[in-house]
Design a protein. Structure first.
Length: 247
């Protein structure tokens, strides 16, 4: 590995890393102090990063935060990460089976975060776009992932979300775990139902969920075919992403 360094590039990356770990914009003085940079270097780097869109300057407060370019990079990572790229083609096939919309999501505390959405031609537009968060226990994707977590973690997520009847949820999760998939009917969108399956990692924890939302008028035989296709896709992802790492 080369020992040559580019201090300016390193300092710029350090500034971005610092801004990404703090919830509010901060002053140049704090950036300088946190990173131990010379004052002139701090201001020069910030000016360049503002011009490039990676840092936003709030002159009325004399503070700096992440810019749109930084958020765009984060969004690109979400859509380009290996799990999403690996699952998308199979998910598109699953969505076409029922003329619906396919989704990839992961747990984010007591919520699920949607990482990908694909639609079959003519599929209904839904609220589950990339970046949207929904309470986990109210979605098929969330429940099928919660079903693979220890009860203490499930209870903590349920309490955080303000759930009212843990006993009912526990029965739902036990059923989802036993059959390997979960379903919701018109819980999120009127006239629509969803089925979801988990992608389980090498520690038997839920890495993500694959789901397809479809019209409630879809024949039961088509739904059964969809569930089988989703399970194959999830197992394929898990086998490629996680099982091979154990070898």
């Amino acid at each position: 590995m080369s020992t040559h360094r580019v201090p300016a590039a390193r300092h710029a990356l350090d500034i971005l890393k610092l801004l990404s770990t703090i919830d509010v914009p901060i002053s140049a003085a704090r950036i300088q102090g946190e990173l131990g940079l010379p004052r002139s270097t701090t201001y020069h780097l910030l000016a360049e990063m503002v011009d490039a869109g990676f840092v936003a300057h709030l002159p009325e407060h004399k503070t700096y935060g992440l810019g749109l370019a930084a958020y765009s990079m984060a969004s690109a990572y979400v859509t380009q990460q290996p799990l999403v790229r690996m699952a998308t083609r199979d998910l598109e096939h699953c969505a076409r089976l029922v003329g619906g919309s396919g989704h990839i999501s992961r747990m984010a505390g007591s919520e699920i975060l949607y990482l990908q959405e694909v639609r079959a031609p003519g599929a209904t537009s839904l609220v589950t776009e990339v970046g949207v968060r929904l309470q986990a226990h109210k979605t098929a994707s969330g429940r099928v992932m919660l079903a693979h977590l220890p009860e203490t973690e499930v209870k903590a997520a349920f309490d955080t979300a303000g759930g009212e009847n843990f006993g009912v949820l526990k029965k739902q999760l036990d059923r989802a775990f036993a059959r390997g998939w979960d379903q919701e009917i018109e819980e999120i969108s009127r006239g629509q139902a969803s089925v979801a399956v988990p992608i389980v990692d090498h520690l038997e924890r839920p890495a993500a969920a694959l789901a397809v939302t479809y019209p409630i008028s879809t024949p039961s035989g088509s739904v059964e075919e969809l569930i089988a296709a989703l399970r194959r896709a999830a197992e394929k992802c898990a086998g490629t992403m996680y099982r091979q790492r154990e070898k």
